[in-house]
Design a protein around this ligand. Structure first.
Ligand code: GTB
Length: 212
């Protein structure tokens, strides 16, 4: 059955892999599924055809037969639950890997998004100069315990899982702020994710569309 995802017609990051279709592409590559991409302009995101797939008018979406999904966490979980390679067989280990997926999107990603809002979208506001350092400190408050839990391990809980895929994808977005480099073990963790052949293929595919 053909799988179709949506992605930006032209990502504002110019192909750095920061738009969220990259994590879905990565999951598809990890489980070895071919997929097609429907490119969507910013205007088309908010038009009825796309809104019927994504209530908030965003990318990515995922279509497979009659199934239409949005939310990267849900898409990656769907792939991981239905194809081998992204979740352990042991039930407890599987539950822990899913917990790391939730931690990525629910605990780590929110302050990272806040920084994007403060540093870019609200950079002209009078409070921006005070707010940015505060938000950066909030991110450090999350990265410190994450680094402590990872320790010297390769991945968060045994073998590479969908939890690592989501966590590395979320952490990638802190690189340009310099915050990731403040935590060398996390920087190395993200680099291990990026070195995976599946990530390399996913990255190359989005770059082919977005390279300036
Ligand atoms: N919670 C949703 C999910 O995980 O699927 C969030 C989806 C989302 O935020 N999608 C963004 C979007 O469609 C693209 S990824 N935005 C358009 C809109 O809301 O109108 C966010 C993103 C965009 C651009 C960059 N960049 O250029 O660096 C990075 C990340």
């Amino acid at each position: 059955m053909t799988i179709t995802i949506t992605a930006f017609e032209k990502s504002p990051d110019g192909g750095k892999g920061l738009a969220r279709d990259t994590r879905v592409r990565w999951a598809l590559e990890e489980v070895g599924l071919p997929y097609e991409v429907r490119l969507v302009s910013f205007k088309a995101l908010k038009e009825p055809a796309h809104l019927s797939r994504h209530p908030f008018g965003q990318i990515p979406t995922y279509e497979e037969g009659g199934l239409v999904l949005f939310e990267t966490g849900a898409i990656v979980l769907h792939l991981a639950q239905n194809h081998p390679g992204l979740l352990p067989d042991d039930a407890d280990a599987r539950a822990r890997a899913i917990a790391w997926m939730f931690a990525a999107v629910n605990t780590i990603e929110p302050p990272i998004l806040e920084l994007f809002t403060a540093a870019f979208l609200e950079r002209d506001k009078p409070w921006a100069a005070e707010r940015v350092p505060m938000v950066k400190e909030r991110i450090r408050d999350r990265l410190r315990p994450l680094a402590a839990r990872l320790g010297d391990a390769e991945w968060l809980d045994g073998e590479f899982s969908a939890g690592d895929l989501m966590m590395a994808s979320v952490l990638l977005r802190t690189r340009s702020s310099g915050l990731l480099d403040e935590f060398p073990t996390l920087a190395a963790y993200v680099a291990r994710g990026e070195a995976r052949p599946a990530y390399q293929r996913a990255f190359a595919a989005q770059l082919a569309i977005n390279a300036p």
